[in-house]
Design a protein around this ligand. Sequence first.
Ligand code: S3P
Length: 417
Amino acid sequence: MTVPGDKSISHRAVMLAAIAEGQSEIRNWLAAGDTEATLGAMRDLGARIERDDANSLTIHGGGLRESERPLNLMNAGTGIRLLAGIMAGQDFPSVLDGSAQLRRRPMKRITDPLTLMGADIASNDGAPPLRIRPAALRGISYEMPVASAQVKSAILLAGLFADSPTTVIQPGPARDHTERMLRSLGVDVCQGGVDGNRITLAPKERLAPLNMTVPGDVSSAAFLLAAGLLTPDSDLTIRGVNLNPTRTGIIDALGEMGADITISNLDEQAGEPIGDIRARTSQLKGIEIGGETVVRMIDEFPILMVAALRAGGETLVRDAKELRVKETDRIAVMAGELRKLGAEIEERQDGFRILGPQTLTGAKVDGHDDHRIAMSLTVAGLIAAEGALVADAACANDSFPGFAEALISCGARMILS
Ligand code: S3P
């Protein structure tokens, strides 16, 4: 099977193509709730975007203009934070807003460094809406308090419009798609310091157009891999998945848990390593996860929690308090929903502890308008003795349209209503 295009890259592709000069072509673009919100915002900003089909975009870049209305990023944290970096450098004002869920997410992490660069940004007490007015930007050197690719990217994107180079120092290896893509568009981005965690970008307002095929999203693949590992007699292969090392912590963690996962057909696409991932039913064992691995699998903890319930022994996750400020508080929400299915989970401020293997019963659970919660609970339902009724399962569409259908196509017994 295949999975839809990478969400992180799809957000970045549509933003960068809109500010680049000339005509960009993007194939296998992710047409999902979050990325469509970003595409809509770029259209409101004057970008001309043609769609040959849902996943193939031709974008005529070359200058944005003021939007007549607030930009609505819906549930997209990546959308609002990265776009704020771009908007800070424009010579017209903008208002960036989104859903009730997005309005609860912390923005000080980007408004602080952007303000240091000279940006004029007002927020609603550290949350959206963000009101940005034109201002001259200067390059800064900024040590990020959290290992966040969204914060890093917002600063680097603003740095394109600054008067001098911008440096960010990240505490850990946050995904590096922005750096890779900017380099391919002719921007001078260099990496140095300890473990390459110091990134310096030279300003450049005129970017070359983008021509890329977006690789499959490893974060989407993770749900199918887990379903394959945890259900009996499974053997599934997902082709063309992004294997960027800043994203593959989940594959390493599952491997350490004893998962039968093999990688083949290694190749490169859009400046990213890709390959096929094969997963077969496995008896897992518990492990400890902390430090850098956490950053490299930050979106995969909801599904890791489900896998840990079936693993023998103790699984202990620490250094993961960022999970509490994602679309939902993913530690509390996952623990709460899985308890309805009979799970015992010890919540910790910065992670969780699970003693397995545990048997799940059956219950009605809720996706809480958080795509990764909904998909994780769906996989939990597949291994629950009496199944699960997943309410709000459709919010999976924010990153993985066709998720339920994909599971059904490889044999999952599910009814969609
Ligand atoms: C993303 C970065 C991560 C991740 C999110 C996508 C990105 O967020 O959780 O789903 O595309 O840059 P943080 O950078 O806030 O950790």
